[in-house]
Ligand binder design. Structure first.
Ligand code: ADP
Ligand code: ADP
Length: 216
C-alpha cells in the first residue's frame, strides 16, 4: 500500500464535500478518479497529497512527503525561470549540485519531447508544452506517489492524446503509483489500471473497476 483513504469525510463550513470515501492505492497502480463536478475529486487528491486533513476517517501513507509529486490543472511553473531551471528546482532543493540538477532536468525534458527547449520560459511555450514541463518536474524526482488533478483538461484533443501516450510511457518506465482526476471517461479507461467512479454530491464510490489498460 502506497496511500489510503479510509472512510474519510470532509466538509467546508458545515457543508459536506466528500465521503465517507475510501480508496487504497497499491504500488504500480494508476487509478483514475472520475465523477461529476463538485463530488470531491480534488478534495480526495489534496487529502492524498497531505495538503488537507479530513474531519473524519483516516489518511494513511507509505510514501513520504518528499516521495510525492503533485501536478495541478494549471501549470504552476515559475514564469521567470527557464524550462530547465523549473525542472531542476526540486533537485537543487533536494541537495544536488546545480550542474547535476541541470543535467537531469535536460534529460527529463528530452523524455517528454522537449529537447532543445531547455532555455524557453513558460510564456514562450504552448499549453501542451508547459504541461509537459510540469510533468517533467514532477517525474524528475522519481516520486513513489504521483497525483494529477486534471492534467490534460486545458488541452485540445490532439495534444491531449500525444501527451497521454508520452505520460503512459514514462509511467511504465518509472512506475510511480498514480491517482489522476479526470472528467474524460475515455482518457480514464485508456490510461488507468483502475477506474473509480464517484457519486454526485459529497461523493462516495459508485464503482471501482479494473480497466482494460491493466491487461497485459
Ligand atoms: P471536484 O474536484 O469533484 O469538482 P471538489 O473537491 O473541488 O470537487 O469540491 C467538492 C465540494 O467542496 C464542492 O461542493 C466545492 O464547492 C466544495 N469546496 C471545495 N473546496 C472548497 C473550499 N476551499 N472552500 C469551500 N468549499 C469548497
Ligand atoms: P505540444 O503537443 O508539444 O504541446 P502543440 O500542439 O501545443 O504541441 O504545438 C505545436 C507546435 O507549435 C509546438 O511544437 C511549438 O513549436 C509551436 N507552438 C505552439 N504554441 C506556441 C507558443 N505559444 N509559443 C511558441 N511555439 C508554440
Amino acid at each position: 500500500m502506497i496511500a489510503e483513504l479510509d472512510e474519510v469525510e470532509v466538509s467546508y463550513g458545515g457543508r459536506a464535500a466528500l465521503g465517507p470515501f475510501s480508496l487504497s492505492l497499491a504500488a504500480g497502480e494508476i487509478v483514475a478518479l472520475v465523477g461529476p463536478s463538485g463530488c470531491g475529486k480534488s478534495t480526495a487528491l489534496r487529502l492524498l497529497a497531505g495538503l488537507e486533513a479530513p474531519q473524519r476517517g483516516e489518511v494513511r501513507r507509505d510514501a513520504a512527503p518528499g516521495e510525492t509529486a503533485v501536478v495541478f490543472q494549471a501549470p504552476t511553473l515559475a514564469p521567470w525561470l527557464s524550462a530547465a531551471a523549473n525542472v531542476a528546482l526540486p533537485l537543487e532543493l533536494s541537495g544536488l549540485t546545480r550542474r547535476e540538477a541541470r543535467e537531469r532536468a535536460a534529460s527529463a525534458l528530452a523524455r517528454v519531447g522537449l529537447a532543445g527547449r531547455e532555455a524557453a520560459r513558460p510564456a514562450q511555450l504552448s499549453g501542451g508544452m508547459a504541461m509537459r514541463v510540469s510533468l517533467a518536474r514532477a517525474l524528475v524526482t522519481s516520486p513513489r506517489l504521483l497525483l494529477l488533478d486534471e492534467p490534460f483538461a486545458a488541452l485540445d484533443e490532439i495534444t491531449r492524446r500525444a501527451l497521454a501516450d508520452d505520460v503512459l510511457a514514462l509511467w511504465r518506465e518509472a512506475g510511480p503509483a498514480t491517482v489522476f482526476v479526470t472528467h474524460n471517461v475515455e482518457e480514464a479507461v485508456y490510461m488507468a489500471s483502475r477506474v473509480v467512479v464517484m457519486s454526485p454530491g459529497p461523493g462516495r464510490t459508485l464503482a471501482d473497476v479494473a480497466s482494460p489498460a491493466a491487461l497485459p
